[in-house]
Design a protein around this ligand. Sequence first.
Ligand code: ADP
Length: 632
Amino acid sequence: MHLLTTISKRLSAHPWFVPRLALLLFVVTVLGLFAYLRHGEHEEARLVLINDVLWVEQNLRFVLGQSEERLAALLEQARDSDLSEAEFRDRARLIIGANSAITGIHLSSKQQLLNYGQVLTNEVSRDALLLTRSNRRPSYIVPSQSKGMVALLIADHDQELIATIALPQLLQQQVPWWFAYKYRLAILNADGHELASKSSITADDENLSYQLPFDSLGSGMLLRITAYRHPTGLVQKLLTASVVALALIVLFSWWRLRRQMQARLLAENALREEHAFRTAMEDSLSVGMRARDMDGRIVYVNPAFCGMVGYSAEELIGKLPPYPYWKQEDIAGHQAQNDIVLSGLAPHEGFESMVRHRDGHLVATRVYTTPLIDATGKQRGWMSSVVDITALKAAEAREREQEEMLRHTGKLITMGEMASTLAHELNQPLMAMSNYASAARQFANQNNQEMLDSTLSKIAGQAQRAAAVVKRIREFVQKRTPLRSYCDLNDIASNAFELIDASARSQGVRLHFNLAADLPQIHADEVLLGQVVLNLLRNALDASGEQPQSRRDVWLATSCDKDGVYLSVCDRGAGIPPEVANRLFDAFFTTKSLGMGIGLNICRSILEQHQGKLWFEAHPQGGTYFYMSLPR
Ligand code: ADP
């Protein structure tokens, strides 16, 4: 099993190995089969050739044997009774008629010498004659100037017969036409010279050749047969060409297939990379994406959407409305919204929808839905981008709260200002009225009507003055509106410095300033911020005033970075104990006998109104740092 897995892994690493091997085996097998077939055919052709040559040799031998018998009978007859010339001719004609290769017969006995046709008596030597006589068998003699003629010599003790045989004619007559179409047949003398041959085709395209001793003629003659290429060679050639062509087609197809596969592989890789890139992009989106088919079935969600509702993609895909993240208590509302979207009437600017996260908390979303169109232009469903606006909603709520707070703070400021102004402005008329009232009582006791009238008039005058003060303050309150402009925090700090300088001196507190040179301008209400700085400085002076002379130092510094501008006020007072720290910014919280406890509360509200912050830190060697920050 392990081995199989290893082999399968190796093969997947080299996908072309098996096809290559198969192709190689195919080519080798085809070539081997081809060679084997050729070899078999060659052997078969050789056997056929041998059979055919034996057959033709037998045929020739038979014909020559018959002629020998007939000539021997003629010789016998000539010995028994003298033959007349006419009889000899008749017999000779009969023999030649049976074998037209015999072109002449010569008979010589003691009594007579008879000739018919072309005779070769001169070519037959005395030795040959003696040898034939002693052998008691016919013999063939090849004349030196034979030109395809051989002499057949039959002899007994006192007479001999010489027949002339034309070998070309013998072959012509005895070798059938079909044989001549297949083979070239030749008779050779002992030296290898060709005496006669027969063939129907003149071609040098010879193939197999075979030769055997031609015993019938004796005297070392040979019969040679040479096969022409078989006419089926053409079929074979065609077959070969077909096999080669097929092999080439297979090779070509393989090459094409390989190229196509390589191109496809490249395209697949590019596609995979692009897909991975797209997936990475979709996964890194903070906007939720949801695709639905025409029936509203969810077909795709991205991780941001899953994170928003707390369900995995597997849990959401395939779901039809009502979706698991719909609020149970408002299914009807969701359904109505969903129907609007699926009927294509979703507003372009999107709509807000409150959904429930799996863990139960509510998520405020804004959903933008558009038709999902495929490459052919057909609508396949709906694509929605879902933006989590919970934080935005919370910020809006906070802002509303802050505005509320600010309005409240504004009221408090006004109230505070009003109270102190009233206290100051009304103090004098009230004191005067009090004095005038005492005087009026005295004048009444003295019955001094004139003075009483005058004093009561003065009281009325003071009361009117008090009413005017109240009226003026009311007018002031009504006109009071926050005013933002571009201003410099260093200027605000310097103004506050000037206002506080006198009281710092009187309390023996040293003020140190460290203002940053390149502070950017801020868009803020200068007066309100001045109040903040003044309040921080005043608190620092209060904290320092209780300290020995050596620790009565207050530092004011400004700075900035890429995010904002900062101001800090530091004193070396007693610091802020934890129980005070918790309530420091509460309204009306104060540890001072004459304090109102709304300074820091108002300061923080003012900074929040400016999107800034106010916080404090303990000084390591005793005392407190107060920091305020404002965005650039
Ligand atoms: P108030 O100054 O009228 O008391 P604040 O809101 O300005 O009102 O201050 C609230 C309280 O915070 C103060 O009563 C004081 O106890 C504490 N506090 C403010 N600034 C400092 C400071 N620099 N050092 C120590 N305590 C401080």
